[in-house]
Design a protein around this ligand. Structure first.
Ligand code: ZN
Ligand code: ZN
Length: 882
């Protein structure tokens, strides 16, 4: 084995080799209980691996690799999302550089360009996932716009249309005037802004008075078609049925009563702008107020408004309307800044405009919610952490109809055709005649479907739905879905609704929601902050194993957001080096093959202890992974391997590994090799590369990828119970003596005398270091065997310490020059005391305390603490020396 582990040469070799050997391919099992399936959250085809992906994919790979080793048919379905807007924007930008506008190019040519772009540049992320070691079944890679999935989308659309779950209607959409497209509610981000609250006056038509109304978007008054008050509001009850006069164009606006009005807000009367506000839209539906659209697609005032405002942008119009109201003496009050939440586009951050965008398609979610809520409430689907179940349920309960029309060219075109008479034909295959009148001039709906419409089908469309395939029968429901919480609603909830509706069963049993990866200071990673950690850079620098381990170790219980920094990856790289070096040591002695343990009665105490600790590690890892708690699993592996196996186990066995007694030597090698080999398998799901590279050298089988997951051996806990019970005091005993040695700079070769002060009858430490751990404790602490001779009156250089209630005397007098050490300590003490006096003097000085800056005074106080502490510890040492 090379002395140094070089991840950069080992990892790419295995990444290729695993794929070449088809180890990640999952055959369909005959027994459905053997199926274990995870679908990857499909990354955007334009995407590059970011650290959030790296976290999610690490957790998925840990689950899939473990399931595969447990003998299950573990299928991890990879693929990509066509990502409507994101991809269209990329290609539009490319065209613009060539001086081409997509409208000049035309729809078909443009879509062809996007496909070309996809073939050439799309899917960089797939190679990056392979570099990470993701054990996806790459033969089953899917794309949300491949032929099979396009068919699935059409079937889903048609089925829902026929069931009345998809309808076409004139509805308000969340319109982004910059991207020129409608957005679903979940794509709108609500943020507080400093706006204004303007109260103005509508005169009653009969001149008998007026009604004051307040608004944050005063320009929308151009589209007001009524005034609404709460039916129980006595202030206005006599006015219901009257009208007010619009000050700019003399239109008469009826005053209506509607229970949606909040009588406690502002004046209690509200202006109703049905074409530009969702609540007003609903009031208008109930009260029969007309719709008046006053904005064009770019959010400029259109010709439905009085001429003087025509063509103004929405913000200019806001000012112009305000000025006009002032001029007419109708302005009542202006509050500015007025802090309130405004919807923004999740892509370009423009303010969203509720807008009537002709006829669009909607999913009637009320017909889908029920079974999706039930599945979560009755526990058929679980959420980890459990708190997300509540969030999911309350979001679903409040969900409104889902607008699925997108004014884009890249995506699944809506499978609806219109004849010249306006009849609608919805079909899976392109129709040639109108269903209703037989007309042959059909025009397909120009819009495409929301990207989430296709990705909601992902857990089953990727398995062949709507065909009844063996894959679908075996691998649906999927076992687990792992994702970040930011798409719990956008994606997870919709997969559950569509799975329940189209298949009649849940799409997956467990939803694992992980946190967002932030920087070391807890800030979101962003280009503008310059704090983005590129996972590929981390892999190049430290290896994929290191990246994976560091992320898994941070995926804490509760899966809160993660603070991530490069040194975590560096630490994990050191861990892989530690594993490598330990393996070298063991494999120098172990002859290879499948390690087997010596008979129980041959096992030495330290060996029994190590076996028990190993068994505990196996149990902790399994228990944690069963609960989808990745950090405790990684932590148990780290603790066991680094501390128990390397720092203690290997150290204690070293002597035996070099022993002249062949049986003893072989027993030690067998125990270490047996534990190492199993620990490699236990580590494999999180650190696949280094474990494979080492495991090969056992010469057991082709690959660790399909090696069996280590089974739990409870007997080992019993076997080592006694050694485990006495271990904490043995460890403390050795550590204490090592600390004293380093404090007095005692040469590593010097052997110190040690005595136990006879006291209690129960002496676990004494028994352990004179019994089972005798030679190991003496060697690791550098002492002779504890003498039974009782200590006389403290000889110079006798140091007493207490471990587990037992008093131990360590004689260092022979190993150091006690007189010189005493002098050195005394002179050091004098210097520290002088420093201490000086600092105390300063602090006693009133002038200093009052004039010096606060932090200087504080620093001085800290100095006093430090000097006091050092002086006390020197005095203690002097006392120890006698
Ligand atoms: Zn936008
Ligand atoms: Zn027709």
């Amino acid at each position: 084995m090379p002395t140094r582990y070089d991840a950069s040469s080992v990892e790419p070799r295995w990444a290729d080799e695993w794929v070449r050997r088809g180890l990640f391919h999952a055959e369909v099992p005959d027994d459905p209980d053997l199926a274990y399936c995870i679908v990857i959250p499909p990354p955007n085809v334009t995407g590059r691996l970011h650290v959030g992906h790296a976290l999610g994919r690490t957790l998925e790979d840990v689950l899939i690799r473990r399931a595969r080793m447990e003998g299950l048919r573990a299928l991890w379905v990879p693929g990509m999302d066509h990502a409507g807007i994101a991809t269209q924007v990329v290609v539009e930008r490319e065209l613009r550089r060539e001086g081409i506008d997509r409208r000049e190019l035309g729809r078909d040519a443009f879509v062809e360009r996007v496909w070309e772009w996809k073939e050439r540049y799309g899917g960089e992320i797939i190679g990056q996932l392979q570099r990470m070691g993701c054990s996806c079944d790459w033969d089953r890679q899917r794309f949300t716009m491949d032929d099979g999935l396009a068919h699935a989308v059409r079937v889903a659309f048609v089925r829902w249309y026929e069931q009345g779950l998809i309808y076409r209607g004139e509805r308000l959409v969340n319109w982004c005037p910059t991207d020129q497209t409608g957005l679903s509610d979940s794509e709108v981000e609500h943020e507080e802004v400093d706006g204004e609250l303007v109260t103005f006056r509508y005169p009653l038509s009969d001149g008998s008075g007026h009604v004051d109304v307040a608004t944050t978007r005063v320009e929308t008054m151009l589209g007001d078609t009524g005034i609404a008050v709460h039916p129980d509001d006595d202030r206005y009850s006599s006015l219901v049925g009257e009208t007010v006069r619009h000050p700019f164009d003399d239109r008469e606006l009826p005053i209506v009563a509607d229970a949606a009005v909040d009588a406690s807000f502002a004046t209690g009367a509200v202006k109703v702008t049905p074409a530009h506000d969702p609540t007003d839209f609903e009031i208008a539906q109930r009260t029969g107020l007309p719709l008046l659209n006053i904005l064009d697609a770019e959010a400029r005032i259109n010709a439905n408004a009085p001429e003087e405002f025509y063509g103004l942008g929405r913000y200019d119009a806001r000012q112009a309307v305000r000025e006009e109201l002032e001029k007419l003496g109708l302005m009542v009050r202006e509050e500015r800044p007025y802090r309130h939440a405004v919807g923004h586009c999740y892509r370009c951050h423009s303010e969203i405009e509720p807008w009537m965008s002709g006829l669009q398609w909607f999913v009637a979610v009320d017909g889908l919610k029920g079974p999706a809520l039930e599945a979560a409430r009755d526990g058929r689907i679980t959420f980890s952490p459990a708190r997300w179940q509540r969030a999911y349920v309350s979001w679903l309960e409040g969900l409104r109809d889902w607008n699925i029309s997108r004014q884009l060219w890249w995506g699944h075109r809506i499978p609806a055709w219109y004849c010249p008479d306006g009849h609608v034909t919805v079909a899976v295959e392109d129709p040639s005649v109108c269903e209703e009148c037989g007309a042959t001039e059909l025009e397909q709906d120009p819009d495409v479907l929301d990207t989430w419409f296709s990705s909601q089908l992902w857990p089953f469309s990727t398995l062949g739905w709507p065909e009844d395939t063996p894959e679908l029968r075996a691998f649906y429901p999927n076992r687990v879905l792992v994702t970040g919480y930011e798409i719990l609603y956008l994606w997870v909830a919709r997969m559950i609704m569509s799975g329940m509706s189209l298949i009649g069963d849940i799409p997956f049993r467990d939803v694992v929601i992980h946190g967002i990866v932030r920087d070391a200071r807890g800030r979101k990673m962003s280009k503008s902050l310059g704090n983005v950690i590129d996972p590929i850079e981390m892999i190049d620098r430290y290896g994929a194993d290191a990246l994976r381990f560091s992320l898994a170790r941070l995926a804490t219980e509760g899966q809160q957001d993660i603070s991530f920094a490069e040194d975590a990856v560096e630490g994990a790289r050191n861990f892989s080096n530690k594993i490598w070096n330990a393996a070298r040591l063991v494999l120098q002695v172990f002859e290879g093959g499948t390690p087997e343990l010596p008979a129980d009665d041959r096992l030495k105490a330290p060996q029994r202890w190590l076996l028990a600790r190993h068994q505990r590690c196996v149990r902790e890892v399994n228990e944690a992974l069963d609960r989808f708690e990745f950090a405790p699993a990684a932590q148990a592996l780290y603790r066991f391997f680094w501390s128990e196996f390397c720092d203690w186990g290997l150290e204690m066995e070293k002597e035996r590994l070099r022993s002249d007694d062949e049986a003893e030597r072989r027993d030690a090698a067998d125990v270490l090799a047996w534990i190492l080999e199993r620990t490699l398998r236990l580590l494999h799901p999180v650190m696949p590369f280094v474990t494979e590279e080492i495991w090969q050298r056992f010469g057991i089988d082709d690959t660790i990828v399909t090696a069996p997951w280590p089974r739990s051996i409870e007997e080992h806990e019993r076997l080592g119970a006694e050694t485990e019970a006495s271990w904490p005091v043995v460890e403390e005993y050795v550590t204490t003596i090592r600390r004293i040695r380093s404090q007095y700079a005692i040469a590593p070769t010097a052997t110190l005398g040690v005595r136990f002060v006879d006291g209690a009858s129960d002496r676990p430490l004494h028994d352990a270091v004179t019994g089972g751990f005798a030679s190991e404790a003496a060697r690791l602490a550098g002492t002779s065997a504890p003498s039974s001779e009782q200590p006389g009156p403290g000889a110079p250089g006798d140091i007493r310490f207490v471990v587990g209630g037992e008093t131990v005397v360590l004689s260092i007098g022979g190993a150091i020059d006690v007189e010189r050490e005493r002098e050195r300590l005394t002179s050091r003490l004098r210097a520290v005391e002088a420093d201490l006096d000086r600092s105390r003097g300063k602090l006693a000085n009133q002038g200093f305390r009052e004039k010096a800056p606060e932090d200087v005074v504080l620093a001085e106080k800290h100095k006093v603490d430090r000097f006091e502490h050092e002086a006390a510890s020197i005095r203690e040492q002097l006392a120890e020396l006698g």
